[in-house]
Design a protein around this ligand. Sequence first.
Ligand code: NAP
Ligand code: ZN
Ligand code: ZN
Length: 349
Amino acid sequence: MIQSHGYAAQQATTPLAPYKFTRRDPKERDVVVEIDYCGVCHSDIHSVRNEWQNAIYPMVPGHEIIGRVTAVGNKVTRFKVGDRVGVGVIVDSCRTCPSCKANEEQYCEVGITLTYGAYDKYGELTQGGYSNNIVADEHFVHSVSTKLDPAGVAPLLCAGITTYSPLRHWKVGPGKKVGIVGLGGLGHMALKFAHAFGAHVVQFTTSESKIADAKRLGADDVVISKDPAAMKKEANSFDFILDTVSAVHDLNAYLALLKRDATYCQVGLPDRPPMINMGNLLFKRRAMSGSIIGGMAQTQEMLDYCAEHNIVSDVEIIPIQKVNEAFERVIKADVKYRFVIDMASLKQA
Ligand code: NAP
Ligand code: ZN
Ligand code: ZN
């Protein structure tokens, strides 16, 4: 057994607190990673607080993990001790179903194993990256360029791939008008990618204080979504809209902005369903869709793209002792634009 320690929630209503636990010794295809940084995703908050009603405690959250390899199983071929690597939202899938065979492991038809809060094939409860180490099969571990700042890379493992994947799937690029809804952790990565892919990008935000940042991050235009007149001006003009908002909000105001046959893609996962006026879909044959993270090959492609184009997340680095405060600030949309925990601070815990 490997000794681990981190911060865990013992139940939905208590703050994260120091917690000791064990992880399996590496099997033949496993990689052991000493964690340097872990991003704070809004999904960690939904999960810890049981907002999706599937939480299993104790729960060490965290799925935006960057670290260094400290040991490998004897059949590991892609990594060696000392390599900089990342681990994201899933640590296993069946590998044989049509989705897994199509490199879309996130849609595994047998079921994915989440990095935390799930029972893995060994019957152990998975624990995430708000901790000093993790053990994962090499198929779910990614190579990370040492050219990039590791703290800024951590959020790419969830916020990065979750936005990169649908933007690629719906072929966002030159000549396309694209909307990004919500300027938080996912939203700011979506904005950077859509801009880098050459689209005309419009950022929708509820926060007037974020206008200048949105422009700096790559927005051609910024629309304050609380202003009905500004929203109306954009009617029937978008090829694609990516919605990253974490709370229930009025989708009808955005659906009306799509052109005929255009797609609205939801990556934000609020705890309650929205109300959709079907007329907004029918009368212009618009499509409503969703997307989760991305496959392992595409995650590596995204990390390599970021290394080539020098793209990382804008982060505020915190010690783990500040994580409960950080959760409260994320809920208030007061983060620019991702908290990342410096795991060296665990030594003081
Ligand atoms: P975040 O950093 O908190 O960003 C969410 C943004 O949404 C906020 O910054 C804010 O942007 C906007 N917002 C918040 N409350 C709102 C409200 N009541 N009405 C309108 N806008 C509001 O969260 P995140 O980490 O980016 O995650 C966003 C969502 O994606 C979460 O639900 C998370 O669970 C989900 N997620 C899904 C996947 C996936 O695979 N599909 C992966 C990761 C996360 P403005 O200030 O600009 O308005
Ligand atoms: Zn996440
Ligand atoms: Zn599968």
